[in-house]
Design a binder for this molecule. Structure first.
Ligand SMILES: Nc1ncnc2c1ncn2[C@@H]1O[C@H](COP(=O)(O)OP(=O)(O)OP(=O)(O)O)[C@@H](O)[C@H]1O
Ligand SMILES: [Mg+2]
Length: 467
């Protein structure tokens, strides 16, 4: 076994045990351990503190010890342990499938890439010899998980919803707020409830027909998708996937679904050719089946607003920024002056991506001094500008007018105050405000009975820079 095989094997093992791939630092620690490097050297090469690298290493060795059922795996013995592993005990990297403790993680099995041989297809539906069901997991489309802090209340809300048979869950939030990271964290916590788990990114905006074929193929263990019989058509309402969602408990995660919505239209309007997704989401929420669809999006699909409710099997979670736990990001980046960190978290609304970008900038330009960074009058955006541009480019003209008006207000205002500056009909104004809410671009503030609207500081700064 060489280091590349060892990494692949360990990554498979981590994925099977925790539902997460190894991140880049964990891989660097394994490479370092393989080459007998010191923690100090690994830390220097990866611009992290030695203490932090040791902490990550400690957790990694603990994970491997548990996963391999070996007595203590450590940095010193990692190479020897792997080289000594009997290939017969575990089916290793060759077929991309490992089988440990009755959990078969067909992690790298992807219908798009490899098709199992015909004789293997039936095995896909088999249960293991004892009564524990096999879990079939395809996270091949998911990014590698990274460091993750807190979100315990969001995770427990999602877990409760899913355990109580919610069929459609939408996680909404601005880019970088942590929707994907949260979902990858959730999967290992709920995977025992499912027998099929698949994650698909919508970065290439798949038409519904090809998504459905892909999902059915996964449910069938890679076998070709047969044309539905007339009876099946009648019982699945033209959605053959439903048959599989009824016969298996599947968890389907569809990420970045904003790619199927139109730019310069109110939030949640489908692009031409994607309108049938509206009916698809509605069918998933309303038909009887045992599965769960999780949607991750910058915008709320319009149907969802009408379908969701306390006692309904359709729910949505608006993801806000991290609170004080975001300080861990600054600690990990080695910023100075912890007493100033909460100000920074508030200004950037706890968005972990933004905080990471800003922390790197503070480290690069001010040697980690937060007060020096904050001494500038303007809120620095840097690379955030292009991220905000992507979201603001999607707005309609009335929405742009509303956010410009809000950006010029010193304090939160009522809707009537927004309209005073603009030449918009009342209905155009209300539609624009509602749509901005569905994109999570405006903040609501309650003042007694009144609802006031405002923008977050980063967006105000972005709009100022546009003029
Ligand atoms: N709870 C968290 N703790 C630490 N880092 C986090 C957390 N959540 C997210 N991050 C980090 O923030 C960055 C953005 O997260 P993520 O990609 O999940 O955002 P997103 O909401 O899915 O964004 P997009 O809509 O653009 O896909 C990633 O680098 C991720 O590792
Ligand atoms: Mg994402």
């Amino acid at each position: 076994m060489d280091i590349e095989e060892a990494l692949k094997f360990t990554d498979n093992l981590a994925l099977t045990t925790t539902g997460k791939h190894l991140d880049s630092l964990q891989k660097a620690i394994l490479r370092g351990a393989w080459d007998n490097q010191k923690y100090k050297e690994i830390a220097q090469e990866h611009h992290r503190s030695e203490k932090y690298v040791k902490e990550v290493g400690f957790k990694l060795w603990k994970l491997l010890s548990v996963a391999l059922g070996e007595e203590q795996v450590s940095k010193a013995n990692f190479r020897a342990k792997l080289e000594n592993l009997q290939v017969s005990n575990l089916s290793l990297v060759g077929n991309g499938c490992i089988h440990i403790r009755n959990i078969s993680a067909d992690t790298f099995y992807s219908p798009k890439v490899s098709q199992p041989a015909p004789q293997d297809k039936d095995k896909f539906h088999e249960k293991t010899s004892n009564s524990e069901p096999k879990i079939h997991l395809d996270l091949s489309d998911a990014p590698e998980p990274n460091l993750f802090y807190n979100r315990t209340s969001e995770l427990s809300t999602l877990e409760n919803w899913i355990s109580s048979r919610t069929r459609l869950v939408t996680i909404l939030g601005l880019s970088g707020i942590g929707k994907t990271a949260l979902t990858l964290q959730l999967i290992p916590q709920i995977q025992h409830e499912f027998d099929r788990i698949i994650y698909r990114s919508f970065r290439n905006s798949p038409p519904l027909a090809s998504l459905q074929t892909d999902l059915i193929q996964f449910c069938r263990g890679g076998a070709p998708v047969p044309a539905p019989s007339p009876e099946e058509r009648a019982t699945t309402g033209g959605l053959p996937l439903l048959e599989y969602l009824r016969s298996h408990r599947c968890l389907i995660v569809l990420d970045d679904i904003q790619t199927i919505f139109s730019s310069q239209q109110l939030a949640g309007h489908y692009q031409p050719g994607y309108e049938n997704y509206g009916t698809f989401f509605k069918q998933i929420a309303e038909s009887s089946h045992n599965s769960c669809l999780i949607l991750l999006s910058w915008e709320k699909p319009r149907e969802i607003a009408a379908l969701e409710g306390e006692n309904r099997p359709c729910k949505s979670l608006q993801l806000n920024g991290l609170g004080t736990e975001a300080q861990e990001i600054f600690r990990e980046k080695g910023l100075a002056e912890p007493e100033k960190w909460s100000e920074l978290i508030d200004l950037y609304r706890g968005n972990p991506l933004w905080l990471n970008i800003i922390a790197t900038l503070i480290q690069d330009l001010f040697g980690g001094s937060v007060s020096e960074f904050l001494s500038y009058d303007t809120l620095f955006l840097g690379d955030l500008e292009s991220l905000l541009e992507q979201q603001c480019d999607r707005l309609t003209e009335p929405e742009k007018q509303v956010i410009s008006s809000l950006a010029s207000e010193a304090a939160p205002v009522e809707i009537s105050k927004i309209s005073a500056h603009l030449e918009l009909s009342p209905s155009a104004l209300l539609q624009a405000v509602q749509s901005l809410g569905r994109r999570l671009l405006i903040e609501k503030v309650k003042q007694g009975q009144k609802t006031l609207f405002t923008l977050q500081p980063v967006l105000i700064e972005y709009l100022k820079n546009q003029h």
